[in-house]
Design a protein around this ligand. Structure first.
Ligand SMILES: [Zn+2]
Length: 81
C-alpha cells in the first residue's frame, strides 16, 4: 500500500491539477499570440463589388469576399497608407 495519507493525496491531486491548468493557460496564451489577427491598413480589404470590408492575410494576392463570394485581387493600396 502506498504510504500516503488522504490529505497528502488530496494535496498532490490539487498540485497536479494546478500544473495542468497552468500548462493549458500557457498553451492558450501561446496560441492566441501566434494566431492573432492584427488590424492594419495592409490587412483591411474593401470589396469593390459589394463594398464590404474584411480582414485578409498580408501574404495573399487573391481572396474571396465573404459576403458576395467574388474573387478579389489584392493590390497594394497607396491611398490607405
Ligand atoms: Zn463582396
Amino acid at each position: 500500500m502506498i504510504g500516503m495519507s488522504y490529505a497528502d493525496a488530496l494535496f498532490a491531486f490539487f498540485v497536479l491539477w494546478l500544473i495542468f491548468i497552468g500548462i493549458l493557460w500557457w498553451r492558450e496564451l501561446y496560441r492566441a499570440k501566434r494566431f492573432s489577427w492584427k488590424l492594419s491598413n495592409s490587412t483591411l480589404f474593401h470589396c469593390d463589388s459589394c463594398h464590404h470590408s474584411f480582414i485578409i492575410k498580408e501574404s495573399v494576392n487573391l481572396t474571396r469576399c465573404p459576403r458576395c463570394n467574388s474573387i478579389c485581387i489584392c493590390r497594394k493600396r497607396r491611398d490607405l497608407e
